[in-house]
Design a protein around this ligand. Structure first.
Ligand code: SDX
Length: 435
């Protein structure tokens, strides 16, 4: 149950000759908030904050980020401890339920997920409608929403049982869907899940096993995949999660809300950055071309940005990037990838950028997407699959945040206002009279 904020002070706002007193709430950690919901009623003005740089959209107990110190907590647990000691499905339980599971609880939860990994056989026919070279995110955006057509009960997100079943189905089927998207792109037969494999191993087998050969899993790769999913699981009210919350606030069911989140994640400023970052590293091509790209990133007249750098919240090193970098080193060793040019360029680029006063002054550090693409590339995924893998990890964050919103007694349909600067009221002019 949320609404655990407590009023700790009052803010006085004097506007247009009126003084409005607004409650200030404190949470467990992080900045206090000024509750402005009564501002329009009492002072006749709106607030304006287009990028939501100073605006909270909700109360939440799922994830907390301290951007200045580079801290990320999921239900209070630091991301590096979860990445080191936990598994993705256990983190899914934590995000959804608020506590780490006991062994019986985890057995029941993972058993439920396992029972829902198969897709309705007619889902496979959706793929025939796509060109073979369709972008994987185009196929994911379309098929996630379409899944709801097979579960009529899912349309009613007011029923907790139906909602929870939709969350379980989404978590369970996303790997199967993502693997089919990859297989469709490369023209190989679809591989169905096997229920006695773990979540990450099942996904890797559905992607990389072929009927002609025995699939031999690499434990380091399986652990790296599981950790990649943990590192991308949730991240407060980022663009795609806010999209899921806003879509769900109208009563749209979980499949529709998550499909909206997938679409938002696709953007290169958000989840598409891992794909853009690897393409950038490939374009740089050699360490001696790094200064040229650093200069372009600093040039106000050049729209080029250093992909995988910078963050709205982190003004310090993204803690996920640290774990991701360590995962890349483990993968390179296990896969005997010696002196990877891409990794050398990434490490040198990071070193130079972190010493450059432009990046230091603007507090631009590597974010989760800087190394995640290198890890996914090392595992064997093509670049255009990277954001699909991000969506695979983020699905649990989306459904956890969606559910928290639905269960919040204070939640209402999201409907922002605006400041209007268009034409003043005027009368219609018939076309024959227009000059
Ligand atoms: C994710 O929100 C989340 O939590 C997202 C995410 C998650 O887990 O959900 O963490 C995942 O999306 C990570 C971010 C991935 N995106 C990228 O790596 C793309 C490159 N980064 C930038 O586009 C940018 O840093 C953003 C979009 C991430 C953040 O943009 P902001 O907060 O709006 O910052 P800004 O664009 O206002 O930049 C501030 C200044 C600007 O210069 P000035 O106008 O003040 O002179 O820094 C500059 C920017 O030009 N800047 C960069 C830069 N990022 C910001 N300059 C060069 N290269 C960059 N990467």
């Amino acid at each position: 149950m949320i609404n655990k904020t407590k009023q700790t002070s009052t803010a006085k706002l004097e506007v247009k000759g009126k003084t409005v007193e607004l409650p200030v709430y404190s949470g467990t950690d992080g900045p206090d908030v000024v509750d402005v919901k009564r501002l329009y009623a009492e002072a006749g003005v709106f607030t304006l904050d287009p990028g939501f740089t100073s605006t909270g959209s909700c109360e939440s107990q799922i994830t907390f980020i301290n951007g200045e110190e580079g801290i990320l907590l999921h239900r209070g647990y630091p991301i590096d401890q979860l990445a080191e000691n936990s598994g993705f499905l256990e983190v899914c339980y934590l995000l959804l339920n608020g506590e780490l599971p006991t062994q019986p609880e985890f057995k029941a939860f993972s058993g439920r997920i396992t029972q829902h990994t198969m897709l309705h056989t007619q889902m496979d026919r959706f793929f025939d409608g796509f060109r073979r070279d369709s972008h994987p995110m185009a196929m994911l955006t379309g098929t996630v929403g379409a899944m709801s057509a097979f579960y009529p009960g899912a349309m009613d997100s007011s029923d907790p049982e139906e909602r929870n079943l939709a969350y379980i189905r989404l978590l369970a089927k996303m790997p199967t869907l993502a693997a089919r998207i990859y297989k469709y792109n490369i023209g190989q037969p679809f591989v169905d899940p096997i229920n006695d494999l773990g979540y990450a191993e099942n996904f890797l087998r559905m992607c990389f096993s072929i009927t002609a050969e025995k699939y031999v899993p690499n434990p380091t790769v399986i652990r790296a995949m599981d950790r990649l999913l943990i590192l991308q699981a949730d991240h407060e009210q980022n663009a795609s999660t806010s999209t899921v919350r806003l879509a769900g606030s109208s009563g749209a069911h979980p499949y529709a809300a998550v499909a909206a989140g997938v679409a938002s994640l696709w953007g290169p400023s958000h989840g598409g950055a891992n794909e853009a970052c690897l393409r950038m590293l490939r374009e740089i091509g050699s360490v001696d071309r790094i200064p040229e790209f650093i200069a372009r990133a600093k040039d106000k007249n050049d729209p080029f940005r250093l992909m995988g750098f910078g963050h709205r919240v982190y003004k310090n090193y993204d803690p996920r990037a640290k774990v991701m970098q360590q995962t890349v080193h483990e993968l390179m060793e296990a896969l005997e990838i010696k002196n990877s040019p891409i990794m050398q360029i990434a490490m040198e680029l990071e070193k130079i950028a972190l010493e450059d006063e432009y990046f230091v002054e603007k507090k631009l550090y590597p974010n989760v997407d800087f190394y995640s693409g290198i890890a996914m590339d090392a595992i064997g995924f093509p670049t255009d699959m990277f954001t699909v893998l991000f969506a695979l990890g983020r699905t649990v964050g989306w459904v956890s945040q969606l559910n928290e919103m639905i269960e919040d007694p204070s939640q209402r349909i999201g409907r922002p206002r605006q400041i209007y600067t268009g034409a003043a009221k005027r009368d219609f002019v018939p076309i024959q009279e227009r000059r």
